[in-house]
Design a protein around this ligand. Sequence first.
Ligand SMILES: [Zn+2]
Ligand SMILES: [Zn+2]
Length: 378
Amino acid sequence: MRIFDRNVTMKKEDFEAILNGSRDVTAYMQVKPQEGITTCFGVRTASNPDYLVKAIYEMYERSLNRKLAVKAVAQLFRSVGLGSLGLYRLLQKLGMELSPAQFLVLVFTLQHQQGWGAPLTLVDEQERRIILRTNQTFESQVLKEWKMPVCGIHVGWIEGVLTAVTGKNWFCLETKCVANGDDCCEFVADQREASWKWKAEAITRGDSAITEYIDFRPLEGKIQLIDDPVVMMPRFIFTSMMNSLTRTMGEAPAGGVNYRAYMDMGKENVAHYKKMGISNPNTLADMAFTFYSQMGWFRIIRMEWNEAEKVKTITLEHTVESESFGKTGKKVCYCTAGLLTGIVEGAFGIKVQGKEIQCRSKGDEHCVFEIRNRPNGA
Ligand SMILES: [Zn+2]
Ligand SMILES: [Zn+2]
């Protein structure tokens, strides 16, 4: 967000006065109600947009849960924070050397006085950790009924400002929130590299959704999920492929070929995660299940493990194949069965075989898969 305009000459003293509280932004604000224009430092501004804030949060909440909606808002406002680089450069030019935390405090003071951000108090500043507090933020008031840490606007803003001025990646966590019943909103920002592993683990834990990391460049014909190229394809590719194979080799062999191919894909997928630094077998399996689920392949209802029989049972609400085929009176999920089996085999380094025992296409409520040890690794 640009809060400075080259047509308005701001001096070092002006910013210092705002920082030390001897002046406030009203000295630099112009309200022209007839024209519907309010400016601060010559730049258009507006105040207290409760409706806008609520609408943004609720838009994300429609497709995510509340925790992930807060994250999505943070991501949006990260870009806003990144825009503060212009002001930072101006201050440097004016000979005003502020530390990243001091600059953050200035940005929020300016915003707060225009009716937006909260006035942040600096609690602790180290090279790689900054802690800030405020009595309340506007989003903690607007979203009070969510009863959880909701200040994604401030979180994203803080991350963006710090990333812009330090050139390094910052990750901010809201550790206390008025909307969560705490006595203040507290933000802990850490400077750390956002590696593939770190992002993928956050998705697996449910702290992020894959949408946060989809780099969609439709005009270039490219999509990346974190750093991996992915493609979108129509779901009917599953019926199309199966029907084509069935015509050339018959139904049972076609199912077997699909099972085998997707099993190899599941294994290769896990091998890729290993290469990216994930080693815990349970994390590897959960990561693959989570990614495929979030990519639209299925929704996991439950996973059970029978220790005595060494059988893993996976119940899915819908699979890409059962949705694609519809009701056929028989089981259709060969690709999914292969994929799940390959994931388990790759993650745990054991020889297993998988079978679909219930299928929505056959008329069952869910698609249920059993994965058990393959005798003698056959
Ligand atoms: Zn808060
Ligand atoms: Zn099925």
